[in-house]
Design a protein around this ligand. Structure first.
Ligand SMILES: Cc1ncc(C[n+]2csc(CCOP(=O)(O)OP(=O)(O)O)c2C)c(N)n1
Ligand SMILES: [Mg+2]
Length: 345
């Protein structure tokens, strides 16, 4: 039997904020502000041709990561696609090293060899940053398999876009992950578009959380503009995995304010549609709750904003002053075994 359930905002959650503390709200606010300001700066720098390659911004989707990190444990693992600048930030990787990676500098998180689409941070259990749409789905299940095999208590959060779910690997992975009851939460960040293609144009199945039903995988839809809802859904899904019940599927409904990447004329949607979503902005929502409960005041929140902007400016300075890698660095850290594939036995 499938345990499909739809998203519900309970009356209780609406009336008392779901029992979340002042500290949690302030953390959500700070985390989202850092993501937003960091990426606004990325957009400017990219336009100024300060760094090259691709650049996919997460602006509008921040409540997903903010709500997720307050619900998971340090030992849990995260893997995602190429819209990945904010994942290291919210996991605590210093902004200066995240920025240096964009600039391709030695002080970047992957010594400048990963760039915008390939953020990794081993210490913080971030397993990328993957440019192949859907490539991370099988890898995420593989990480969860390793944890189950070793008897670890970690859960893998395997994040993907609404476009990625149309890749065949999703179905093979769902089947195996359910058969082996792997501790993995599959998270679809449904921002409604895959480049310029809307969910409606790619399938009759528009409620993406129902895609797990053929495999008896429990799933639900979540309001991705609300940190509270994301936190609660992730807490429930990870608890399900950690107690040996196997995978869980979350479709988190969200929206990206910017284009798919920096070179997107956005002919597939109207300005009015974007403006409508901005009215639900998660940062504004959390700011409102903080002020309403008198947990802080306008002046202090403004000071935080200034401090975050300063942190981002310092990150840019650090990146620009950091050296580019030497040519000899090119083949280092490519394979686990340094001389692969030239191993002699
Ligand atoms: C296998 C593969 N096919 C096509 C592409 C080109 N491509 C890059 S992003 C993208 C859209 C993916 O959209 P979605 O999964 O919804 O993620 P979003 O960009 O919305 O976060 C496509 C088709 C690719 N990178 N990899
Ligand atoms: Mg998408």
């Amino acid at each position: 039997m499938s345990t499909r359930t739809a998203t519900k905002k309970t009356a209780e959650a609406a009336s008392n904020n779901g029992g979340f503390t002042k500290e949690t709200y302030l953390r959500w606010f700070k985390d989202m502000l850092l993501m937003r300001r960091f990426e606004e700066k990325c957009g400017q720098l990219y336009t100024m041709q300060k760094f090259g390659g691709f650049c996919h911004l997460y602006i509008g989707q921040e409540a997903i990561l903010a709500g997720m990190v307050t619900a998971i444990r340090k030992e849990d693992r995260i893997i995602t696609g190429y819209r990945d600048h904010c994942h290291p930030l919210v996991l605590g990787t210093p902004a200066k090293n995240v920025m240096a990676e964009l600039y391709g500098r030695t002080t970047g998180t992957s010594k400048g060899k990963g760039g915008s689409m390939h953020y990794f941070d081993k210490e913080r259990n971030l397993f990328g940053g993957h440019g192949i749409v859907g490539g991370q789905i099988g890898l995420g299940a593989g990480i969860a398999f390793a944890d189950k095999y070793k008897g670890n208590e970690s859960v893998t959060l395997c994040m993907m876009g609404d476009g990625a779910v149309r890749q065949g690997i999703l179905h093979e992975t769902f089947n195996m992950a359910m058969t082996w009851k792997l501790p993995v939460v599959f998270i679809i960040e449904n921002n409604q578009y895959a480049m310029g293609t809307s969910v409606e144009r790619t399938s009759n199945v528009r409620e993406l959380y129902t895609l797990g039903e053929s495999y008896d995988m429990p799933g639900e839809a979540v309001d991705g503009m609300r940190c509270e809802d994301v936190h609660q859904a992730i807490a429930k899904a990870t608890a399900h995995c950690r107690t040996g019940h196997g995978p869980y599927l979350l479709e988190i409904k969200t929206y990206r304010y910017r284009g798919h990447s920096m070179s997107d004329p956005q002919k597939y949607r109207t300005k009015e549609e974007v403006e409508e979503y901005k009215k639900q902005d998660p940062i504004e929502g959390i700011r409102h709750t903080i002020l309403e409960n008198k947990w802080s005041n306008e002046a202090d929140l403004e000071k935080w904003d200034e401090a975050v902007k300063k942190e981002v400016e310092e990150a840019v300075k650090f990146a620009e002053e950091s050296p580019l890698p030497a040519a000899e660095e090119l083949f280092n850290d490519v394979y686990r075994t340094p001389d692969y594939p030239f191993i002699k036995d």
